[in-house]
Each structure stands twice: as structure tokens, then as C-alpha cells.
Design a protein around this ligand. Structure first.
Ligand code: IPM
Ligand code: MN
Length: 368
């Protein structure tokens, strides 16, 4: 019997309010034959307030034990002054590192109904469907040394370390190749081999792996800065983009805006497959942050969070039909005009966070 153990980590800011909408969806699936065992815990600033750490050891144990973690968002001005080691973001980074979640999948899909919500022209984004594969446990986010040192003259020097190994590049490239095979068979690898040694190695390894294992796919190398420009110039040229941790962070924010709003982009962070069980550790989170400016006002768009649960259905639980159903329900609700302010059509009335969750639940029933 497959267990469906979910750990919910709503976090800070708009995290709790968008997570509440996911709970409605989880509730709907439970009533319709797909039950989940859910637990909830603290992460980020809320965990710091309760435990003095960005995530407690007990929550880490629960995360290790869950089939999938659903993560809201962390951070906010309230915690601007807390020590660096326990800042809210440290909770998320620890989850990624300790669970070995090296592959971050960030799909950017522009629903037809939303093509006008993007800051780009309709014809540039309409029908867009790209997948950014971001390396998530290496690079400058985790490389050592990472420090600020005081020099003899009293001034300071800060250092972060960009570091990648053959194995790290190979495993993320394989993820990109596998995804491209289920899509349009094209992989664009983004790095800065014109200035960075890590980029030189990245390009070499990706090329080598392409020859050895991916000759059925089209591969192109693109400099990360050019990739950013191409994403806003002609994003539909891309299928799968594979890139490092920092470039992936930046390129995925750009991609989010192509879809109409940062409130639309879900993501999946996956670990390596366990050879015995065939399962992977996984965490699902919206690409948007905690948006403290609108937190608690019922204005947040819950679709990125709900879409992240959809990705959990697909990637962690193999519930492809349920995932398709949820995506269809989201698309229909968007088309019906039930939208939060960030994506409302010009002149149309925007609805609140809860209205969108309720509408998706209703649409799930209507569709099934
Ligand atoms: C993201 C976020 C995180 C990151 C922050 C919150 C640490 O921006 O998931 O994209 O930089 O990875
Ligand atoms: Mn980011």
C-alpha cells in the first residue's frame, strides 16, 4: 500500500494563506478517493520565533520521513535583524541540502487566458511552455569558503565560492535530458564559460554527456546573460533550460513574469532516486516569496502553491490523472475570469485568495 505522507510547511508572509487553499484541494481529493496523511510544522521566521532556529530538528525529521514536503514561503522584514545562520531562508536551504534535493524543476506555462497579464506582448508569451531545470544543492549557494573576513587595515573582504563537480553537473544534466524526451527534445544549457571556470567545466560535461547519452536530443549552449535576454525576446525558442543554482534562481524569476505573474509558478525540488524503493525525496514550493506587503490581506494568488501540489501528485505519487485534473481545473478557473489582482483582466473585478481556492474545488467536482 503506497502511503501518501505530506508535510505542510506554510512558513511566513502569504505562505499560510496560500497553503490553506492547498488544504482545501487535499480535502477534495481525500473525499474523492485519494487520501493523504498530512502533518504541519513551522519553517522560516515563524520557526525562529518559536524555536530560535529557521527549522527545528523535529521538523527536519518529519521532512525526512514524508513522501513529499509542501513548502509555502519564508522571510519578511520582521526578521531582517536575526543572525545570518538562523535567518528564515536558512530553513529552506537546509531542507534542500539535507534532503539532497539537487534538481529543481520550474515549469513556466502561459495559460491562454493570461497572455494579457504578462508585461510582454501577447504574441511573445501566448502558448509558452518551458521548463527550467535548476541545480539546487551546489554552486555559490553552498560553496566554501563563504565568509566575510576583516583585513589587517580594518576593511573587510567577502567571499562566496562557485563550485561544481563532474558528478553534480552530470546528474542535473540527466534530469534535463529525461524531461526533454517527454517534451520537445531540446535542451539549452546556460552558464558563463566566457568568464567562469565552473562554466567551462559545465559546458564540457554537458557536451560529453550529450554525446554519450543524449544524441537523440538537440543541445545548445547559451551564455546565461544571453539566455536572460532571449527569455524576454523570444521565450518560445526554449524547451528545457538546464543551469546552475544562481543562474537558475534569476532565470526562473524572469520566466515567471512571462506567465503573467510570479504568483503562477510552481516548482518541484527532487532528490536522487532510491535504488531500493524507486522513490525520491521531494519538496514542492511556489517560486514566489513571502510577499510581506500583501500578507494577511487575502490578496495573494494561490495558484503557484496549488500548482506545486499538482506537481507533487505527478512526480511524488505518480497520480498523473489527478494532476491533469487539477491542472485542467486551474486553467478553467483562470479562463472563467476568477482571478486575483495580480492577473485580473484590465477593468475586471479581482477576487481574493480564498475565492480562487473555492472556485478550483468547485471546478474539480464539475470536471469529475
Ligand atoms: C527561490 C528563492 C530562494 C533562493 C531564497 C528564498 C533562498 O529565491 O527559491 O528561488 O534563492 O533559492
Ligand atoms: Mn528565487
Amino acid at each position: 500500500m503506497a502511503t501518501h505522507k505530506l508535510l505542510l510547511l506554510p512558513g511566513d508572509g502569504i505562505g499560510p494563506e496560500v497553503m490553506r487553499e492547498v488544504e482545501k484541494i487535499v480535502g477534495w481529493f481525500a473525499k474523492n478517493g485519494v487520501g493523504f496523511e498530512t502533518e504541519t510544522d513551522l519553517v522560516g521566521g515563524s520557526a525562529y520565533d518559536a524555536h530560535g532556529a529557521a527549522i527545528s530538528e523535529a521538523a527536519m525529521v518529519r521532512a525526512q520521513d514524508a513522501d513529499a514536503v509542501l513548502f509555502g514561503a519564508v522571510g519578511g522584514p520582521k526578521w531582517d535583524g536575526v543572525p545570518y545562520a538562523v535567518r528564515p531562508e536558512a530553513g529552506l536551504l537546509r531542507l534542500r541540502k539535507d534532503l539532497g534535493l539537487f534538481a529543481n524543476l520550474r515549469p513556466a506555462i502561459c495559460y491562454p487566458a493570461l497572455a494579457d497579464a504578462s508585461s510582454l506582448k501577447r504574441e511573445v508569451v501566448e502558448g509558452l511552455d518551458i521548463m527550467i531545470v535548476r541545480e539546487l544543492t551546489g554552486g555559490v549557494y553552498f560553496g566554501e569558503p563563504k565568509e566575510i573576513v576583516t583585513l589587517e587595515d580594518g576593511s573587510q573582504r567577502a567571499v562566496d565560492t562557485q563550485l561544481y563537480t563532474t558528478a553534480e553537473i552530470e546528474r542535473i544534466t540527466r534530469v534535463a535530458f529525461d524531461l526533454a524526451r517527454k517534451r520537445r527534445n531540446k535542451v539549452s544549457s546556460a552558464e558563463k564559460s566566457n568568464v567562469m571556470k565552473s562554466g567551462v567545466l559545465w559546458r564540457q560535461i554537458v557536451s560529453r554527456l550529450h554525446k554519450a547519452e543524449g544524441s537523440d536530443l538537440q543541445l545548445e549552449h547559451v551564455l546565461a546573460d544571453n539566455c536572460a535576454m532571449q527569455l524576454v525576446r523570444n521565450p518560445k525558442q526554449f524547451d528545457v533550460i538546464v543551469t546552475d543554482n544562481l543562474f537558475g534562481d534569476i532565470l526562473s524569476d524572469i520566466a515567471a513574469m512571462l506567465t503573467g505573474s510570479l504568483g503562477m509558478l510552481p516548482s518541484a525540488s527532487l532528490g536522487a532516486e532510491d535504488p531500493k524503493s524507486g522513490t525520491r525525496k521531494a519538496l514542492y514550493e511556489p517560486v514566489h516569496g513571502s510577499a510581506p506587503d500583501i500578507a494577511g490581506k487575502g490578496l495573494a494568488n494561490p495558484i503557484a502553491m496549488i500548482g506545486s501540489f499538482g506537481m507533487a501528485l505527478r512526480y511524488s505519487f505518480g497520480l498523473v490523472e489527478a494532476a491533469d485534473l487539477l491542472e485542467k481545473a486551474i486553467a478553467n478557473v483562470l479562463a472563467s475570469g476568477t482571478r486575483t489582482k495580480d492577473i485580473a483582466a484590465p477593468g475586471a473585478n479581482a477576487v481574493g485568495t480564498q475565492d480562487v481556492g473555492d472556485a478550483i474545488v468547485k471546478e474539480l467536482s464539475a470536471l469529475s
